[in-house]
Design a protein around this ligand. Structure first.
Ligand code: NDP
Ligand code: GDR
Length: 331
């Protein structure tokens, strides 16, 4: 019998890659979307005819229950969240409603409609924040450094608590930063690759940035969604760190992206205090040996391949727009 999966956050970076993977695996894929004043489907346009879209919101318990009742999925992937860290200082309460309490709403809906549904919660390396151990693994204590990180810690623990309280098959993937040509423009990797491409094409000359010394463990989103799926195919529910184990600074990211285009980032980049955070996470690097051992998961794309993939995508996209007389910006 064909399996059904529900993805919350299907319009986001990870939602779009996960939807592709699940369709390839033969699932019927239901995507939950928010109603906005205009549709925001650019990341899933190419698979729209194969998806079932349902309106719902993490703030609205009834919408979650109704979607589960209507489609009776075997698997739920809760990827929806307010995911941009700086915004979490601007809107800390809303961030908590989406990113923290929203998880409880999803879990409660599952508990009420069908407690045999398997559920994946999108936890984050931001929970490690001011790191207590290097590299970070499943047992490393959390020390979040933003309202977003704090909200994710709540989501992580409520998932574990519902697993232990109600015997749900509820798992939490502690994913380190993962990027792609579909990454939002405000995140540092895409900001760098998109603007480097614009500078290469003479569309601008300068790029304001924040903390260039911050270090991250960056992988490819396409690789990471496979780990999510694998976690729900196991015999018992458990939590996993998903990371490459390699660390690079924002400065190295700039060198790689601008260097790929034959540019020197130092000729173009300057520090603008508006991109510094009230409290930053200075370094993250994950130990994914448990995911390797239990799930058989391995990242396929290296840091340099990832940066090149993103730069090439942005350059091509901008060149096509210029060639066809369209504004050289993101639609
Ligand atoms: P995006 O920001 O690209 O996508 C977020 C998604 O959540 C969008 O589809 C958005 O919908 C949806 N959403 C936001 N608020 C609500 C709401 N109230 N109700 C319903 N849907 C909502 O994030 P990513 O794809 O990068 O990340 C996916 C998940 O993984 C997030 O939970 C994120 O916090 C987490 N994560 C991400 C990592 C990364 O490096 N990418 C690392 C670790 C964790 P809309 O299009 O309408 O805005
Ligand atoms: P992060 O990602 O906060 O790790 O959260 P982001 O790409 O925004 O920042 C990474 C690091 O780069 C530094 N930085 C800048 N960041 C941005 N956005 N813009 C800049 O100009 C800039 N200059 C330097 C930041 O200070 C930071 O240290 C992402 C999100 O996807 C979360 O949802 C997810 O949980 C974590 O990754 C893992």
């Amino acid at each position: 019998m064909q399996r059904t999966a529900l993805i919350t956050g299907v319009t986001g970076q990870d939602g779009s890659y996960l939807a592709e993977l699940l369709l390839d695996e033969g699932y019927r894929v239901v995507g939950m979307v928010r109603r906005g004043s205009s549709p925001n489907y650019h990341r899933i346009e190419h698979i729209m005819d194969r998806l079932v879209l349902e309106q719902g919101d993490l703030l609205d318990q009834v919408s979650l229950i109704q979607i589960l009742r209507r489609h009776r999925p075997q698997e739920v992937y809760n990827l929806a969240a307010m995911s941009f860290v700086p915004t979490s200082w601007e809107q800390p309460v809303l961030t908590a409603e989406f990113t923290a309490v929203g998880v409880t709403r999803v879990l409660d809906a599952i508990r009420m409609v069908d407690p045999t549904i398997r559920v994946y919660q999108a936890s984050s390396s931001e929970m490690f924040g001011k790191v207590q151990e290097v590299p970070q693994r499943e047992t490393t204590p959390f020390y979040p450094r933003s309202p977003y990180g704090v909200a994710k810690v709540y989501g992580h623990w409520i998932t574990i608590n519902y697993r232990e309280s109600y015997d749900l098959f509820a798992v939490s993937g502690i994913l380190f930063n993962h990027e792609s040509p579909r990454r939002g423009l405000e995140f540092v990797t895409r900001k760098v690759t998109y603007n480097a491409a614009r500078i290469k094409l003479g569309l601008q000359d300068r790029l304001p940035m924040g903390n260039l010394d911050a270090k991250r463990d960056w992988g490819f989103a396409g690789d990471y969604v496979r780990a999510m799926w694998l976690m729900l195919q196991q015999d018992k529910p458990d939590d996993f760190v998903v990371a490459t184990g390699e660390q690079h600074s924002v400065r190295e990211l700039l060198e790689a992206a601008f260097g790929h285009l034959g540019l020197d980032y130092q000729d173009h980049v300057y520090t603008d205090p508006q991109f510094l955070r009230p409290a930053d996470v200075y370094e993250l690097v994950g130990d994914a040996s448990k995911a390797r051992r239990v799930l058989g998961w391995e990242p396929q794309v290296s840091f340099h391949e990832l940066v090149e993939m993103m730069v090439e995508h942005d350059l091509k996209m901008l060149e096509e727009k210029i060639a066809t007389g369209r504004p050289p910006t993101i639609d």
